[in-house]
Design a protein around this ligand. Structure first.
Ligand SMILES: [Fe+2]
Ligand SMILES: [Fe+2]
Length: 246
């Protein structure tokens, strides 16, 4: 189970190498934006061919760029460069991603959700209130709810219900440079992480010439990847890092 690759092909390749014996996979959304290796990521996702791929908010941005046009200029420049450079097949693949809902996977019923509940007050993080997790379950009574979006690898139990975020493959936020994901084996779940070389990601970022106008932003992005604080070193991510989350 993988989520939140965000155009980081190095990280996804490392996960696929580590788990090449896996029978099947689930992807929980946020494939390409806003990472510098969108086409390579797309190719790897094609090879992986997940049994189920859920559409994330940053996948919606690929299908409808008007969603990010009001963002700060540096983000608009980055996203527009990525979209202009994108292989034509990207749109078709992302259109094939499906909505949150109840699915069957490996003989069991699961509820899958990207994890975006439309508000930062409803962030599905380890110390979120029960009603946030109820919303993730979409009103279903599924005992297993899998989600991503908050880029924190954790499992949360409420009564008989288990909520699992495998963490982010390509953009962790808890202060470690590694790719996070999760594996179901013989009915048991295990959260895993794998190391990778970030140099090709950094080189790909360097090739995005429109970012020459935004040098501080470019180094913020690089620094975020290298330090494992993909959204900046700040609360609440530093707190989760201190608490040992990946
Ligand atoms: Fe994400
Ligand atoms: Fe997301």
């Amino acid at each position: 189970m993988i989520s939140d690759v965000h155009g980081n092909a190095e990280a996804l390749r490392a996960v696929m190498r580590a788990e090449q014996d896996a029978d099947a996979s689930i992807f929980l959304g946020d494939a390409l934006l806003s990472g510098p290796q969108a086409n390579e990521t797309l190719e790897l996702l094609g090879q992986l061919n997940p049994s189920i791929a859920i559409r994330g908010n940053h996948d919606d941005d690929v299908l409808d760029p008007s969603t990010f046009r009001g963002w700060p200029a540096e983000w608009v420049a980055l996203n527009e460069w990525i979209l202009a450079d994108l292989d034509a097949s990207a749109i078709t693949r992302i259109e094939s991603f499906t909505d949150a809902g109840a699915y069957q996977f490996d003989g069991r019923s699961v509820y899958l959700h990207h994890g975006d509940l439309g508000s930062r007050d409803l962030a599905a993080v380890p110390d979120a209130e029960d009603h946030v997790f109820d919303l993730l379950g979409g009103g279903s009574d599924a005992n297993l709810v899998l989600f991503g979006h908050t880029h924190v690898q954790f499992t949360h139990q409420i009564g008989q219900r288990t909520f699992i975020n495998p963490g982010s493959v390509g953009q962790p936020r808890c202060g470690v440079l590694h790719a996070c994901y999760g594996v179901f084996q013989d009915g048991a779940y295990e959260a895993r992480q794998v190391q990778y070389d970030p140099a090709p990601w950094i080189a790909a970022l360097d090739r995005i010439d429109v970012l020459n106008d935004f040098p501080d932003f470019k180094s913020w992005l690089s620094n975020g990847l290298l330090t494992g604080y993909g959204i900046g070193k700040r609360e609440p991510w530093t707190r989760y890092a201190d608490q040992g989350y990946a």
